[in-house]
Design a protein around this ligand. Structure first.
Ligand SMILES: [Zn+2]
Length: 276
């Protein structure tokens, strides 16, 4: 893909990140993401267009509201910058393939869900379902464009399989795995099943390991007790985004080790799998 297209998709990511901030601030409270216009949460002054430029406005305003000088949380520029960077990285990874729109929509939804989970320990239905619906629509579009209907079948099987596995774990230990994580698992199966089941396995293993390591590190540092909650959805979302970006080379490497289990995971070069 030409660099100009990657840059444009990166800029689109910055704008999408700005919208995700609105969604993260309003959806958990049951408010509309469309109306009213964005305003400072402290003084309610509407935010002018010149103060609404992703990342740049935050820096130019000295990280404070222009009217009341209350600090603007760092989550705003961070989410914008991260969305922009990930959109550009996925444009490079997937190029002009039919998978790119689904990957971008899936990533945007995961970022909003990760932010909600980190701030409120919530994975709102009003974010999960639109992401699930839009990602599925993009994948149906991809299957229609390419005739790869079998990949759609694998996607559906991954979504149902991930939901069933997490639902079973939730029933065994509800305190460890909330029902929000069960719905998130179905979303992960949908977004990653198109690339092959191995990507889904990669995401769940990477996300769980990251959560476990962070938990152990926080306990070791005395920053957390065994009773402290960790936003597991945040780690699953991170694992899924990692699977999109670096899953294929890792799975290929694992397959090249000649592990007999790799074939079962769909990681062999001959299996239905990890094409872009
Ligand atoms: Zn203000």
């Amino acid at each position: 893909m030409p660099s100009i297209c990657v840059a444009i998709i990166g800029l689109l990511g910055l704008a999408v990140g700005s919208f995700l901030n609105v969604a993260v601030s309003r959806v958990p409270a049951g408010r509309s993401v469309v109306r009213p216009r964005s305003a400072c949460p402290a003084c309610a002054t509407p935010i002018a267009a010149r103060d609404n430029i992703p990342v740049a406005s935050w820096l130019l305003l000295g990280r404070r509201c222009r009217a009341c000088r209350i600090p603007i949380p760092a989550r705003y520029p961070l989410l914008e910058a991260l969305t922009g960077l990930l959109f550009a990285a996925e444009a490079l990874r997937f190029g002009r393939s039919e998978t790119l729109p689904a990957a971008l929509v899936f990533t945007a939804g995961l970022l909003a869900l990760a932010a909600c989970d980190a701030e409120l320990f919530l994975l709102p239905l009003r974010l999960v379902y639109p992401t699930l619906g839009l990602t599925s629509a993009c994948l149906v579009g991809a299957a229609t464009a390419t005739g790869q209907w079998h990949r759609l079948g694998v996607t559906a099987a991954c979504a149902v399989g991930a939901f069933a596995l997490f639902f079973a774990l939730h029933r065994i230990r509800p305190a460890w795995l909330g029902f929000g994580d069960v719905r998130l698992a179905a979303l992960l199966g949908t977004g990653l099943g198109w690339l092959g089941p191995a990507h889904l396995v990669f995401a769940v293993l990477a996300g769980s390991s990251a959560g476990l390591l962070v938990g152990i590190a926080l306990i070791a540092a005395g920053r957390m007790t065994r009773r402290t909650r960790l936003p597991f959805g945040l780690f699953l979302a991170a694992g899924a985004i990692a699977a999109l970006l670096v899953g294929a080379p890792v799975i290929d490497w694992y397959g090249s080790l000649g592990d007999p289990y790799a074939d079962a995971l769909g990681a062999s070069p001959t299996a239905v799998g990890h094409r872009p």
